[in-house]
Design a protein around this ligand. Structure first.
Ligand code: BTN
Length: 242
């Protein structure tokens, strides 16, 4: 069992707490809450966090070597997919780090850096997993979403899933910090749902969607695509739409 866990009943957001208290929290502290009143997603989206039987956690990470810090979200998506598989449910990964079951999102990851004098001190790696949501709540999300209880056909013990996920993450964390994406590339590719397909790439800062063939992942965890004119291009940021 991981020995550095702070558990709240209710909090605004475990990521916000992690950023606000970053300097006083030890490396590898896990913050978790049963309810978040202001759960945040990527692109300023809201992450609905009312259900007490889901996972809302954030991990404080202050590695000495920060070369591969940008791959931690992809690593977390692999860890989450592997834990889902222990319930005999198949999980897919959509670039860069969404975890899906039957093309519907079950897990979201939000990684935020903590900077001091413009120098990165570490990250708060947040992860939310839908474990026990009803179809009627999922329908309200407005995007295709699912929950592990529906796929597994039984309710999911939150604490058991939490312990499995934290253990899975720290099992190979040091190796990932040392070696980066290459260390878990095979596990990521094994579960991908986008390579070899035509995808739209949506960049962070604007709404222009371009269409490409998703060709391969490089050793840094970036997506390499083929453009319509046959040239190759590396996508460094953005989401894909299948
Ligand atoms: C996404 O948009 O896909 C990312 C969602 C991340 C949600 C988690 S829940 C725990 C942590 N605290 C937050 O406020 N957000 C992350």
């Amino acid at each position: 069992m991981h020995n550095n866990i702070i558990q709240f009943d209710t909090i605004d957001s475990t990521n916000t707490y992690g950023l606000e208290h970053f300097e006083n929290l030890g490396d590898r502290t896990v913050i978790t809450a049963l309810v978040q009143t202001k759960g945040r997603g990527r692109f300023n989206r809201i992450w609905i966090s009312e259900n007490r039987e889901n996972i809302y956690l954030s991990i404080i990470l202050k590695p000495q070597k920060i070369d591969h810090i940008q791959n931690l979200t992809q690593y977390m998506s692999v860890c989450c997919a592997k834990v889902i598989e222990t319930y005999n449910v198949n999980a897919q990964i959509k670039y860069p780090n969404d975890v899906l079951i039957d093309n519907k999102k079950i897990c979201g990851i939000l990684c935020e850096s903590f900077l001091k004098n413009n120098i990165i001190q570490g990250v708060v790696l947040g992860c939310g997993v839908n474990l026990n949501l009803s179809q009627s709540i999922l329908d309200k999300i407005g995007r295709p979403a699912t929950s592990l209880n529906l796929a597994a056909g039984k309710s999911i013990d939150r604490e058991e899933f939490f312990n499995k996920l934290v253990n899975e993450f720290f099992n190979n964390y040091d190796e990932v910090i040392q070696n980066g994406f290459a260390y878990f590339k095979e596990d990521y590719i094994l579960r991908n749902n986008f390579l070899g397909k035509n995808v739209y790439v949506q960049q962070r800062d604007n709404d222009i969607k371009e269409n490409f063939l998703a060709q391969k992942m490089d050793d840094n965890g970036n997506l390499v695509v083929i453009c319509n004119d046959g040239t190759e291009k590396t996508i460094f940021s953005g989401d894909i739409i299948l």
